[in-house]
Design a protein. Structure first.
Length: 172
């Protein structure tokens, strides 16, 4: 990774970084609407990586992401085989994103991940955190509210209640 020029001062994506991020992508996954899979990128060779690097560096230089990279294909998945398959509640949707968009996301995280912060109240889509933590939070909150300060947090907004839980109750 080298820097473009002194005027713009943004990191450039090189072939080695592109190859490294392609290697981290999961194999045998469904492709998006463009039918490009991770295997295409993996076995495309350095020539493909050169063109992808040119594309991604141009996107960074001009601060432009093509609309097609944001498109996704929503596919319904059956939750339970033994349930009533005619009911819409028995399905959940997943979005199949373009593989090139996923690669650009991996590269962006590699280049700028240390500069990105998330709210401490966000439980999903974070390393070492997930839905199970979010599901347990209300019952833990109620127990902690009773043991910590029973009246004040109940009058607060939910966000402040969660912040209270994270800062005050977990530190005890």
């Amino acid at each position: 990774m080298d820097f473009a020029s002194e005027e713009t001062n943004f990191p450039r994506i090189d072939i080695a970084l592109c190859r490294q991020c392609i290697g981290k992508m999961k194999l045998n996954k469904s492709s998006g609407f463009d039918s490009v899979s991770t295997e295409h990128l993996l076995f495309g060779g350095d020539e493909l990586c050169v063109h992808l690097c040119l594309l991604f560096n141009t996107m960074l230089q001009h601060c432009y992401v093509p609309d097609r990279l944001g498109y996704g294909l929503i596919v319904p998945l059956l939750k339970d085989k033994h349930g009533n398959q005619s009911r819409s509640e028995m399905y959940r949707g997943i979005t199949l994103s373009p593989t090139i968009a996923k690669l650009f996301e991996y590269l962006s995280m590699k280049l700028y991940g240390d500069q990105l912060l998330s709210d401490p109240l966000q439980l999903g889509f974070k390393k070492y955190s997930g839905c199970c933590h979010a599901k347990k939070l209300p019952s833990i909150l109620l127990r902690k509210v009773v043991t910590c300060r029973p009246i004040v947090p109940l009058l607060m907004h939910q966000r402040h209640l969660i912040r209270f839980y994270i800062t005050a109750c977990l530190s005890n």
